[in-house]
Design a protein. Structure first.
Lengths: 414, 414
């Protein structure tokens, strides 16, 4: 009978936490000395679990099962934000390790193949999703040559210092890797608010990110009557109100949009702003809705410019990230396992945050499982999840993993 | 017959422009070497005009008529903003010089006393209105010891370097100084918009200046649903809309309010702002209206905090500046002179900007005369006024000065 070992699971998570521990949180930036120490420890734990473990040419820790495929790949990331929490991506990596151990200890499943990965640099210290992008075959040489961390260190030099520059880069094997599972903390407050213990992810939301630049006329704040002002800041504020109204018309309960930054020029008490910038991001699980929001925004901009008090243009747009749907068959395996172990205590939900799964899902059927974040907090030293939820999440993931592999094996040629 | 000399007036203004000339503009910051050179030249021109001229212990250039009082004091400032225009305060100082010369050249008025001042640091390079404040008897020793310019130079050290630290400070003589006239460029676009050539100032507006600090909850912009956000930036934007509405209800055509700066914390695309700051200034000629606006703002803050999504408090308020009414008898002299020389081409108006006159008006009846600013531009290199308006303004000011002095002499004990 398949079982995971809660003590071993929590023990490994807590040991991993010691690398870069800072108060209750963790600072373990990609390829930093402490991150490399953690990676070597992790590779050792994978070897102990019977996996063929290595750190690849970009820093990803990869533990390959000695069993023949089809294989389930379980992964996430062990690098952190500059002020990171102890679980974040570490949870999913250690889940993978524990599930590989659990399956190997059970007679029925000891021939099942689970490969485990800690993808390098999910957090973008140098270049976001570097490990998963390299794994699926994206050319990351430009990032290796040009990407720098906040201290100005080149990614290539960091890999050299870590002794990885000459190491092989692990690549997807589509004859072997037939499914991907990424367990993760929720990083939001939804499960907690709904009193649930497990989230089965339906979609990783798409993202639009852009700046809006408003141009008016800089003027003396004392001598310029309101009636003749062309105040770029006032225009920006009026625009936000209209945009909120337009987006509310289009939104569902999971649609989010955020004005994260506002800059008025020149930015002093006594000067009517002549220019203004608004930093806008919006996310949704529906590609159609994202396109509708873009169209609404374009219409607002058009109308605004016709009125003529101040002009507005879009600048510095990031490339659009489209929503990525999780594989429905894999979702069903997760849902079945959740219902078996925590009946009524789980729900389907989108992921509002980005994950390596969105990179890998374009190449292999992928799914994600969430456990609740206390207070919805993440990317913060105080990020945490109840131990009962950590253990339950791993049990659900293990049961789903076994089901997925059983399914894959039944459909694979003998 | 009293006449001013347009060529001499424009010649002196253009010569003064050469000190610190930068393209079409002027950079002549208080007590800088080029400012001191300009002050010495100005004192020389005052001496040439028969005035007893000196640079006082804070840097004010003061030219005292050798005639007995009652005296009309005419002044403004020759220091500039970091990117200053050539006229700004220089206009009023050279008007004073030219009027002193014009009166001395006319048999009927050669015994009239006009004292002329260029008050130091109106623009606040070290400490705003330093010269006029010192003149009316305010203790400025604290500023001399503690105020610094943008380069960190102490005012006291700047005075030492200028050789002024031991010089006497000129003081108001209430037995002599019976009226104050400050001619100035408008710095706004009202006269131009109305097709007028001369403005007679009724009031120098009062000012309120404060920051509003909003506190919400910092959160992940992807995983935090709109419904549970406590977005400090969104609260700030909503507050501005309500404030605009409330202020519009209270405003007349000359009331102005300005949001000059907005800061969201932490200020990135992916984070729901946890805190936000709004820099607010409002000005009006009516003390009652300023108080009503303050009360409306306080009520809005109260209501906002009751609703509870984000909290708002006022921080870093500047001391209130109350409106200062110009002496009505002096206004009448200006109005009569304007109507005589430019019939129908003048109007009464408030001053939206601050001036030394607001300091002096608390001690001596004061008045101000405006000439139009082309395009309403000031505190900018391209600030300018048509030569015809410069000359007309000086003619009106000279005629009014003679009328004022005639009036003062008729009322003074023989």
């Amino acid at each position: 009978m398949l079982k995971i070992d809660p003590e071993r699971l929590l023990g490994d998570l807590k040991h991993l936490r010691t690398f870069g521990a800072t108060g209750p949180g963790v600072v373990r930036l990609s390829l930093s000395p402490v991150d490399m120490t953690a990676r070597r420890w992790l590779a050792g734990r994978m070897s102990d679990a019977g996996l063929d473990a290595s750190i690849d040419g970009v820093g990803t820790v990869f533990g390959r099962s000695r069993n023949a495929g089809p294989a389930l790949l379980i992964g996430s990331h062990t690098d952190t934000q500059p002020t990171g929490g102890w679980l974040d991506g570490a949870l999913g990596v250690v889940y993978g390790l524990e599930i590989a151990r659990g399956l190997a200890e059970c007679d029925e499943t000891r021939h099942f193949a689970v490969d485990v990965a800690s993808w390098i640099d999910e957090e973008g210290t140098f270049s976001g999703f570097l490990g998963s992008r390299s794994f699926v075959g994206e050319n990351v040489d430009e990032a290796v040559r040009g990407a720098r961390n906040r201290d100005g260190l080149l990614l290539g030099d960091a890999l050299e210092q870590a002794g990885l520059a000459q190491a092989a880069r692990v690549r997807i094997d589509k004859t072997r890797h037939k499914a991907y599972l990424e367990p993760h903390i929720e990083q939001g407050g939804r499960l907690e608010a709904h009193g649930k213990s497990i989230g089965v992810v339906t979609t990783i939301v798409g993202i639009r990110e852009l700046k809006l630049h408003f141009t008016g006329q800089r003027n003396h704040a004392g001598t310029t009557p309101m009636s003749i002002r062309r105040d770029a800041g006032a225009a920006l504020v009026a625009f936000i109100a209209r945009m909120d109204e337009a987006f509310r018309q289009l939104a569902d309960a999971d649609t989010v949009w955020t004005v994260g930054r506002i800059e008025l020029d020149p930015g002093s008490f006594s000067v009517v702003p002549g220019a203004a910038d608004l930093y806008l991001q919006f996310r949704d699980a529906s590609a159609a809705r994202l396109h509708a929001m873009e169209a609404a925004l374009a219409a607002l901009i058009r109308d605004f410019n016709v009125e003529g008090r101040a002009s507005v243009v879009t600048t510095d747009s990031e490339p659009p990230e489209e929503p990525v749907t999780m594989d429905t068959a894999l979702q069903t395996h997760l849902a079945n396992a959740a219902e078996a172990l925590a009946p009524g205590q789980w729900e389907r939900m989108p992921s509002g945050a980005s994950h390596d799964a969105q990179v890998i899902a374009h190449h292999v059927p992928a799914c994600m499982l969430f456990v609740p974040s206390i207070g919805g907090v993440s990317h913060d030293f105080i990020e945490d999840t109840a131990e009962a939820h950590i253990v339950l999440g791993c049990e659900v993931a293990a049961r789903a993993a076994a089901d997925i592999l059983r399914d894959l094996l039944s459909r694979s040629p003998r």
